[in-house]
Design a protein around this ligand. Structure first.
Ligand SMILES: [Zn+2]
Length: 59
């Protein structure tokens, strides 16, 4: 029995970096927050920090 594994879930760089599944940015391990089962960078995980992005789409 085989289980499909998302490449993003593989521990390629333990203690290193991973890609935020939402914005694709590299995130230093330890500087993320788990939201709804996904590990997101702090920017994606914290709506407050995204206001700059939402408020200035044409910046
Ligand atoms: Zn992100």
């Amino acid at each position: 029995m085989r289980v499909a594994v998302d490449p993003a879930e593989l521990p390629r760089h333990r203690g290193g970096r991973f890609l935020c599944p939402r914005c694709g940015e590299g995130v230093n391990f330890g500087r993320f927050a788990e939201v709804e089962g996904q590990r997101l960078c702090l920017t994606c995980a914290s709506p407050e920090l995204r206001y700059w992005e939402l408020a200035g789409p044409q910046a």
